[in-house]
Design a protein around this ligand. Structure first.
Ligand code: COA
Length: 178
C-alpha cells in the first residue's frame, strides 16, 4: 500500500516531489545518519536524492522493495523506512532526522511495515544493524523480534560501525492468516 498510518505518523511512498524535503532532512542530520548509514556518510545533495528517488521508484515497480517517507502528525518529513524483499522473507530498515528521535516514531514506522509484511504474506521479517548501533537494536527488541544471528557486514561500513551485524527475526504470527 502506498500510504500507511497509525494516526500519529504516516508512511507515504516516496515521490519525485519529495526531493527538496529529502535532501534538506538528510543533510540537516548528516552526522547523525551518516555515522551509521554509508549512503549518508559523505554528504547528501540533490544528486544523491535524485538517485535515491529514481531507484526507489524502480524497486517499488519490480516489487524488490517498498520505501516510504515517515511523516510526523503535522506532515513534516521525519525520516525514511523500507520493507525490502530478502530471499523468501523481508527486511525492514529505517532512519530518522535527529530532532525526531526519542519519541518512538521509528518503532511506530516499523510496526506499520510489519503489518504490511504480513499482509503481503512474508514468512518472516529481519532487521539488521551494526552491533554498536544500540538505538537501532532497541527497535526490534521492543517489537518482540529475537536475535537470530551475528554476521560480518557484507557491504562497506559507515564510520561508527564495527563491521559486525546483528540480525533480528520475527516470524509471521499465526493470527496473520494465509
Ligand atoms: C536508529 C534510529 C532510527 C532510532 O531512533 P529512536 O528515536 O531511538 O527510535 P524510536 O523513534 O523508535 O524512539 C525510541 C525512543 O523513544 C522513546 N519512546 C517514547 N515514546 C515511545 C513510544 N510510544 N514507543 C516507543 N518508544 C518510545 C523510547 O523510550 C526510546 O527512547 P530511549 O532511546 O531514550 O530509550 C535513529 O537513531 C537513527 O536514525 N539513527 C541513524 C540511522 C540509523 O542508525 N539507522 C538504522 C541503521 S540499522
Amino acid at each position: 500500500m502506498e500510504t500507511l498510518s497509525d494516526g500519529v505518523i504516516t508512511l507515504d511512498r516516496w515521490r519525485p516531489g519529495d526531493l527538496d524535503d529529502l535532501v534538506a532532512t538528510v543533510s540537516g542530520s548528516l552526522e547523525h545518519i551518516g555515522a551509521w548509514l554509508i549512503w549518508a556518510s559523505s554528504g547528501y545533495g540533490p544528486e544523491e536524492g535524485t538517485e535515491f528517488l529514481t531507484g526507489t521508484a524502480e524497486r517499488w515497480a519490480s516489487g524488490e522493495g517498498f520505501e516510504y517517507g515517515i511523516f510526523d502528525t503535522d506532515g513534516t518529513l521525519a525520516g525514511g523506512c523500507g520493507l525490502m524483499r530478502r530471499d523468501e522473507g523481508r527486511e525492514i530498515g529505517y532512519w530518522l532526522a535527529e530532532p525526531f528521535t526519542g519519541r518512538g516514531l521509528a518503532t511506530r514506522a516499523t510496526a506499520l511495515l510489519l503489518t504490511e509484511a504480513w499482509r503481503l504474506g512474508a514468512p518472516h521479517v529481519d532487521i539488521l544493524h551494526d552491533e554498536l548501533n544500540t538505538k537501532s537494536g532497541a527497535i526490534p527488541a521492543r517489537l518482540g523480534f529475537t536475535l537470530h544471528r551475528k554476521e560480518a557486514a557484507s557491504d562497506a561500513i559507515a564510520p561508527a560501525c564495527s563491521g559486525n551485524d546483528f540480525v533480528w527475526r520475527l516470524l509471521r504470527p499465526e493470527a496473520a492468516g494465509d
